[in-house]
Design a protein around this ligand. Structure first.
Ligand code: NAD
Length: 366
């Protein structure tokens, strides 16, 4: 972090940063609360071997802010938060540690709601749920939504159709060539949906077994070098593996007209989003395109509790959201990644206004 924590908080308008320590179980964690205009700060629990305390604080803060934008753009009424634990997920994931963290989260009284993230699984969510109700990602048997990657994949394909409409004049995926990089939980489902919609799918993964599976099940075309997929000669590049695949090496050499995938942080730096814009390539901003799982997961907070049909309907609306983002990009002449931020900021500002009205009407004169 290039400045003090409070200066960083002021720059990006954070509300709180909490440090949690419990020597008896070896817990050191940071809970960052970015913005609660839309609702309780929510975001996953990451466990990572941070070299320095400052790195953990910065990561928690950066990720919390990302969640504010993700929920705002997804139409979900939650704010942005995150907890990071300084630890090694291969050996430090003990029941005692997570129950202790669960108690710290409970102490915040619902200001922060946690979930699964890098380095944690549903098992740790169960342990935290023993101490607090403020856990969103849970197995279905614990009242959670269960697997969410199918919803994420559906949202990605809806976003892809919106981007194809800009690039090719029609959202129809029939006959479009799509390179799906990464055939894990989301990529596999994406190949399934794309095949159903008539696309010609090229599929690659560093795990040959996963490639064989989609070739057998969906007649996808296998790709020999999964690392070189960004620059394939296809209509659409669909990154569903790691982040930062849009970088100095790839963006100048892209041959596709559309990028739409599930991977987080696809742009290595913002300038790569600027370059995509200059090159006329339609980039579906990652946090908008991959929000399907989040929308599905948080449906249980809506009236009546979890309703899968309603949840999937809201996931399909990602296409509509993407069209609004593209409209902002066109009318303001800005790259799509910036347009997505504008869209999210606008929603937060509008809700803040209506909250101010509500507060004004709450004033009692007696
Ligand atoms: P996953 O771990 O199930 O799958 C990732 C796949 O990518 C694996 O099969 C892996 O072998 C493959 N891979 C790794 N490096 C590769 C490379 N260089 N080239 C090709 N393939 C490679 O993960 P997932 O849940 O499918 O998520 C995929 C991406 O989408 C991640 O970036 C994740 O953060 C993001 N995402 C996932 C969800 C969700 O619902 N699971 C939601 C939002 C964002």
């Amino acid at each position: 972090m290039e400045s003090s924590v409070l200066a960083y908080m002021e720059r990006y308008d954070y509300e709180n940063v909490f440090l949690c320590q419990d020597r008896s179980v070896g817990l050191k964690a940071v809970i960052a609360i970015h913005d609660t205009t839309l609702g309780p700060a929510t975001g996953g629990c990451r466990m990572w071997t941070y070299a320095r305390e400052g790195d953990a604080i910065e990561d928690a803060m950066r990720l919390a802010r990302g969640m504010t934008y993700k929920y705002a753009a997804a139409g979900v009424n939650l704010g942005g938060g995150k907890v990071v634990i300084m630890g090694d997920p291969r050996k430090d994931r003990t029941e005692a540690l997570f129950r202790s963290l669960g108690r710290f989260i409970h102490r915040l009284g619902g200001l922060y709601i946690t979930g699964e993230d890098v380095g944690t699984t549903l098992r740790e969510m169960e342990w935290m749920r023993m101490e607090t109700p403020y856990v969103i990602t849970l197995p279905a048997a614990w009242g959670g939504a269960g697997p969410i990657s199918g919803a994420t994949a559906l949202g990605v394909v809806e976003a892809m159709e919106a981007a194809c409409e800009e690039a090719f004049g029609t959202p129809d995926l029939k006959g479009r060539s799509v390179a799906v990089q990464g055939l894990g939980a989301v990529g596999y489902e994406a190949v399934r949906i794309l095949t159903e919609r008539g696309a010609k799918v090229y599929a690659g993964d560093i795990d040959a077994e996963k490639v064989r599976r989609v070739v057998d099940e969906f007649r996808a075309e296998p790709v020999a070098d999964p690392n070189a997929m960004a620059t394939m000669d296809v209509d659409v590049y669909c990154p569903c593996a790691l982040g930062a695949t849009l970088n100095d090496d790839t963006v100048p050499n892209l041959r596709c007209q559309v990028v739409a995938g599930s991977a987080n942080n696809q742009l290595q730096a913002e300038r790569h989003g600027d370059l995509l814009h200059e090159r006329g390539i339609w980039y579906a901003p990652d946090y908008v395109a991959n929000a399907g799982g989040t929308i599905f997961d948080t449906d249980r907070l809506l009236p009546g509790g979890m309703q899968p049909e309603r949840a999937m309907e809201n996931v399909r609306r990602i296409g509509e959201t993407m069209r609004r983002v593209f409209a902002i990009a066109k009318s303001e002449g800005i790259p799509t990644y910036l347009a997505a931020d504008r869209y999210a900021e606008h929603r937060i500002a509008e809700v803040a206004k209506s909250q101010a009205l509500r507060r004004a009407s709450d004033v009692r004169m007696d």
